[in-house]
Design a binder for this molecule. Structure first.
Ligand code: SIN
Length: 290
């Protein structure tokens, strides 16, 4: 996390997580429009901490939509059917008897295969299982800073190839699903395409450099053979997912979690077969990674 000056927040209370990555924000009601100074502090805390949790926020869909709009407007969520009447809200629902792998069970930064991937994702917990269902986050800025200067210099000019093909493509994991799934996933030829982003991006607010790659959506490195890219990406994925860079988020019901896709990646853990898990998810539009 960034060093914050003492008394940085006057309108909200920000409690950093003991691991030093992520924070809890209290002292506000997200069910109502936030006055501009409060919103500015929320944005500052989100940029500083990467993953911010707002406990005890029993939000309606409309309130979550309004807060998402206030944070910067909706992102575009492809390949999953949205909630009826709420084109910008996805329902992440897994029924107690569902056998299909839970959604999000692989390290990724949301929709990094888009030209302008979402800056933020907001997830609101409606039903939390009594066991399992945590979400894990990697601090990809701290992981970058822990690399040697020689490795940082080697990575600096590289562009990583991102694609949705391993998940939503015609030969991806969802195309091969044999178990019934409540969420309606749209497998598509469009997902087989790819584009490139800087392998090391600079966070537009904090100015920190970040490793912008993930096992789910990064499928190569521009100009390298598949074997070369596999070796470098394999090292980076192992480096990123060390315990020292991870924050484990344990859910309580009616909690809103907002993470910064520009400097984190995340993984939704399973372990709750036999129990319902139900979340509402929105995204905030982002910029072209540079
Ligand atoms: C996701 O990857 O967006 C899902 C996270 C979760 O369900 O915890």
């Amino acid at each position: 996390m960034l060093k914050e000056r003492k008394g940085a927040y006057r309108c909200i209370e920000v409690t950093p997580q003991p691991s030093g990555f992520g924070a809890e924000i209290t002292g506000l009601d997200l069910g109502r429009p936030l006055p501009p100074p409060v919103l500015e502090e929320v944005k500052a805390a989100w940029a500083a901490h990467g993953v911010v949790a707002f406990p005890d926020q029993p939000l309606s869909l409309e309130a979550q939509e309004a807060f998402t709009e206030a944070m910067g407007g909706f992102g575009h969520d492809p390949y999953i059917k949205p909630m009826p009447g709420h084109p910008n809200v996805l329902e992440l629902r897994r029924e107690p008897d569902e056998k299909a792998t839970n959604f999000g069970a692989g390290w990724h930064s949301d929709w990094s295969f888009q030209a302008t991937p979402p800056a933020a994702t907001l997830l609101h917990s409606k039903v939390v299982p009594p066991v399992g269902g945590d979400t894990l986050f990697v601090d990809a800025a701290r992981a970058y800073e822990a690399l040697s200067p020689v490795m940082q210099a080697m990575l600096a000019p590289l562009r990583a190839v991102h694609s949705a093909r391993q998940s939503y493509g015609t030969k991806g994991v969802f195309a091969k699903d044999t178990e019934k799934r409540t969420m309606q996933i749209i497998v598509s030829e469009e997902a087989d395409g790819s584009l490139t982003h800087p392998l090391v991006r600079t966070h537009p607010v904090t100015g920190r450099k970040v490793l912008f790659v993930s096992p789910v959506y990064t499928v190569g490195i521009e100009g390298m053979t598949p074997e070369e890219a596999k070796a470098i990406l394999g090292f980076l994925f192992a480096h990123l997912t060390q315990d020292r860079f991870i924050y484990r988020h344990r859910w309580r019901e009616q909690m809103l979690l907002m993470w910064d896709n520009r400097c984190t990646m995340h993984f939704a853990e399973g372990g709750y077969d036999g129990h319902l898990r139900l979340m509402h998810r929105t995204t905030v539009a982002g910029d072209v990674p540079v």
